[in-house]
Ligand binder design. Sequence first.
Ligand SMILES: Nc1ncnc2c1ncn2[C@@H]1O[C@H](COP(=O)(O)OP(=O)(O)O)[C@@H](O)[C@H]1O
Ligand SMILES: [Mg+2]
Length: 234
Amino acid sequence: MLEIRAVNACYGKIQALWDVCLEVREAEIIALVGSNGAGKTTLLHIISGMLHPVSGSVTFLGRQIDNLPPHSIVELGISHVPEGGRVFPDMTARENLEMGAYPSRAWKHRVKTIEQVYQIFPRLKEREKQLARTLSGGEHQMLAIGRALMSKPKLCLFDEPSYGLAPLLVAEIFRTIQSLRDQGITVLLIEQNVRHTLEIADRAYVLENGRVCMEGDCAELLQSDHVKKAYLGL
Ligand SMILES: Nc1ncnc2c1ncn2[C@@H]1O[C@H](COP(=O)(O)OP(=O)(O)O)[C@@H](O)[C@H]1O
Ligand SMILES: [Mg+2]
């Protein structure tokens, strides 16, 4: 579904990604693991078109996308839940959801899609008229996920969706991500909660200093001495 080949990415003179290769197959959950500053967010920005690689390529469903602007990439079926959610604070929850439906193929279905989002997160229906800035941290994150779903994505990118949430909510976010995969949405997931992530994902890539240093099935990575020591605190 998604193929990243030998991507190098820079912020000015600082190189953040080095020869990164990554592959996502349909209906997989792929985890991206790495400590702060490893380049995880940068890689999601490359996929969603917010940053263009200096070399290498990104292909989605057979089409090269690394030269496209973000809105065209959303149109093709990739949706991004950014770090911290980043909803529109002075719009209501419902207006935020409607904003997510701007691709033409999603706009005509928006009323039905909002109902589906409300089924996943009933709390958002209760809060639909409330300004986003008055929502709790958990509701805010649900809204960010809901807004991403409004574009009817084939591939959803999540950047630390459970960051700062209470344990019960963290579990709910993980369950939601699993249920998206069960509905056929492919997921690329960045999470600090490495054990939980490797338990729900199919395969994972470990990024260190902007390079992929390990990749494989999650069951194998959970057994790896390096992963245990560096990311599981064992
Ligand atoms: N907008 C930016 N300008 C300059 N450097 C940046 C910017 N964003 C990230 N970086 C640098 O790129 C590297 C990777 O950052 P990032 O992708 O945010 O890592 P992660 O998400 O894994 O914590 C870090 O060294 C970071 O300081
Ligand atoms: Mg990050």
